[in-house]
Design a protein around this ligand. Structure first.
Ligand code: GLN
Length: 288
């Protein structure tokens, strides 16, 4: 039996360290100086406010969420073209708590972290897995969903979710995701032992699923709930294999050092813990 690799374990330990160092306890609010806050909300920070990021968001009147809306049930385009899903619902609760409008920017998943760092959004909510690599670039909220990479195959395939069997195969993935890293045999970050697969990278998980359904590959590696949604949408052409390749945890990403925004997101996520998130997932899985 293959041991599952936990992407999140190392990452969460690191996150714990960062939280411990970055919390209010060690800060010096009286001077208003925070040598680590290089980017973002600089103007409010100069005023000595303890909630500089939130103040800046209130002044704008809107909070901007970055996502890739091809990842059902977490985000997808509704019939009216608006972005819907579990993440927009939780994001709306964050906006309501702050008292501003929610604006959603739909973009390629692999551009989200750079866009966030460049200030093109206030946070990312994109079914994003906490990883050590990403923690070097951004901070994460508390986790709100547990997931795994899964293998999807065309109906009738005898392929198994086994790294040795997947080696050398054509595998579709969404570019820049943990599924991409797994298919690419990135042992250090994902524990994958796949060797020499032909990795076919698409800009969205839905597209990677469509290409598999059209017979362009042997398998797809993708997150669990999106795998279920994509298989359901392809009407019997695809099958989800039951084995889990990884253990992962989703969180919202924010620019480094914005503890005030992180705290508000965590407060909202606490309300959405467990059952409420499961309800949202079920509600947004309704794909015919
Ligand atoms: N959870 C995966 C990751 O973070 C995929 C996310 C996505 O495709 N939206 O890499």
């Amino acid at each position: 039996m293959k041991k599952k690799f936990s992407l999140a374990l190392a990452a969460m330990m690191l996150a714990g360290v960062l939280t411990a160092c970055g919390g209010n306890g060690g800060g010096n609010a009286a001077t208003g100086s925070n040598p680590s806050s290089g980017s973002g909300a600089a103007s409010s920070a100069a005023s000595g406010s303890e909630t500089p990021t939130i103040d800046a968001i209130k002044a704008k009147g809107e909070i901007v969420m970055l996502t890739n809306a091809q990842f059902p049930p977490f985000e997808y385009l509704g019939d009216d073209g608006s972005v819907q899903g579990v993440d927009p619902d939780i994001a709306q609760a964050v906006a309501d708590k702050i008292g501003v409008e929610l604006k959603i920017v739909d973009m390629d998943f692999d551009g989200i972290i750079d866009a966030l760092k460049a200030g093109k959004g206030d946070f990312a909510a994109a079914g994003m897995t906490i990883t050590e690599e990403r923690l070097k670039e951004v901070d994460f909220s508390d986790e709100y969903v547990t997931s795994s990479q899964m293998v999807v195959v065309p109906a009738g395939s005898d392929l198994k979710a086994d790294d040795a069997m997947l080696s050398g195969k054509n595998i579709t993935v969404q570019e820049g995701t943990t599924g991409d890293w797994y298919a690419s045999g990135d042992t250090e970050t994902t524990g994958s032992e796949i060797k020499d697969a032909q990795v076919l990278r698409y800009k969205s998980a839905v597209e990677a699923g469509m290409m598999l359904a059209q017979g362009k590959a042997d398998a797809m590696i993708v997150d669990q709930k999106p795998a279920e949604a994509i298989v359901a949408a392809q009407g019997g052409k695809l099958v989800l294999l039951p084995e889990k390749l990884t253990d992962e945890h989703y969180a919202f990403a924010i620019q480094k050092g914005q503890e005030d925004l992180q705290a508000v997101i965590n407060e909202v996520l606490k309300e959405y813990n467990g059952e409420k998130v499961d309800e949202l997932i079920t509600q947004h899985m309704g794909i015919e």
